[in-house]
Design a protein around this ligand. Structure first.
Ligand code: TXA
Ligand code: MG
Length: 325
């Protein structure tokens, strides 16, 4: 972990300064509607290399390029397949990442050598203003160290990355709380490469049947959708419902979807007392960050209903649990 701390600036008034850092090849963490991103100039191979260094991210895990406006897509990559254009039109700005051909201006390090590039327009005014002010596409993975919990607050970024990032724009907690849905719509039927904040139901309503390959089967289809990912430091186990704490004296934490479990846990987080998957997703990583800091020996996490964004929550919990198998 790096020592020292980054400059933390308000997400609105700090934009000009942050944009200058990006243009100079530096790293800026910024809020999006999903999670905080760790941004660099996507046209600058050396700047992109610094992202991999700061995150201790393997070079085979490609980055997502962020644009300020949907209209910038064709300017950067030229014409895209009709299904890709239709999805961009329908869901951008928003938590949907699309796969397109990598344009020559984007150095291969950004896409880990792939001929394709992941791209999205975030639905967060300050993020779009930052990208616009920088005047370049911004490559940004989630602003956490590789394999660790995604950051949904500026404090998570500061704690996880320290001075490895120059500037952190603080826009408060992120709205969705879970990463974007990644879709490859270049073929006959769209393929979901990562479940995320855009619900499957909404996608299907817009484009008809899709296939889902979240990569949790052990054969990652998107290079970065490794089974063990998004993990707290504390061992985590997914359970089917609220249950009493095992009476073996262990200090355990419980991550409840809706109902507070019976006594016996050293720490408890309830994601959505109303039973709403969207609210639960928004709180997921924040709750896991707190449980992780609570000094428990194990986290029991109750699965969410497998509907809407609940699927993405369960995907993240399974990946967190996979680390400890
Ligand atoms: O919500 C989000 O998507 C956030 C915010 C910051 O935009 N970003 C994010 O980035 O979650 P990251 O790096 O944590 O996840 C990006 C993932 C990679 O791990 C990989 O699975 C996939 O995007 N990806 C990137 N380029 C790809 C490509 N060319 N083909 C397939 N998958 C790709
Ligand atoms: Mg990530």
């Amino acid at each position: 972990m790096s020592t020292g701390s980054p400059r933390v600036l308000p997400a609105d008034s700090g934009i000009a300064e942050a944009a200058a850092v990006l243009r100079d090849g530096g790293l800026v963490a910024f809020p999006t509607e999903t999670v905080y991103g760790l941004g660099a100039n996507a046209l600058d191979a050396r700047a992109a290399a610094r992202i991999f260094e700061a995150k201790a991210r393997p070079s085979f895990d490609p980055l997502i390029t962020h644009l300020a406006d949907a209209a910038d897509l064709e300017k950067l990559v030229g014409p895209v397949p009709p299904a890709v254009a239709a999805l961009a039109e329908r869901f951008w700005p928003g938590p949907l990442t699309l796969i397109v051909d990598r344009p020559a201006e984007i150095p291969p390090i950004v896409t880990s050598g792939l001929d394709t590039m992941a791209v999205r327009v975030p639905d967060e005014p300050s993020a779009r203003a930052l990208i616009r002010a920088a005047g370049v596409p911004v490559a940004a993975p989630s602003a956490n160290r590789f394999g660790q919990l995604s950051p949904t607050r500026a404090e998570h970024v500061v704690k996880g990355l320290g001075a490895a990032v120059e500037v952190v724009l603080d826009g408060g907690p992120t709205r969705c709380g879970i990463e974007s849905t990644i879709v490859d719509a270049r073929g006959a039927q769209p393929v979901v490469l990562r479940l995320g904040a855009l619900a499957l139901e909404e996608l299907v309503e817009a484009v008809g049947p899709v296939s889902v390959r979240p990569g949790s089967s052990g054969q990652p289809v998107a290079p970065g959708t490794l089974a063990a990912h998004y993990a707290p430091r504390t061992p985590l186990r997914v359970v089917a419902g609220a249950q009493p704490a095992p009476a073996d004296g262990g200090r355990r934490g419980f991550l409840a979807f809706r109902e507070r479990p019976a006594d016996g846990y050293a720490a408890v987080e309830v994601l959505s007392p109303a039973g709403d998957v969207t609210e639960a997703a928004a709180r997921l990583f924040d709750a896991l960050h707190r449980l992780d800091a609570a000094g428990v020996t194990e986290i029991l996490a109750e699965a969410a209903p497998d509907t809407g964004v609940g699927r993405a929550i369960n995907d993240r919990l399974r990946r967190a649990a996979a680390t400890w198998h």
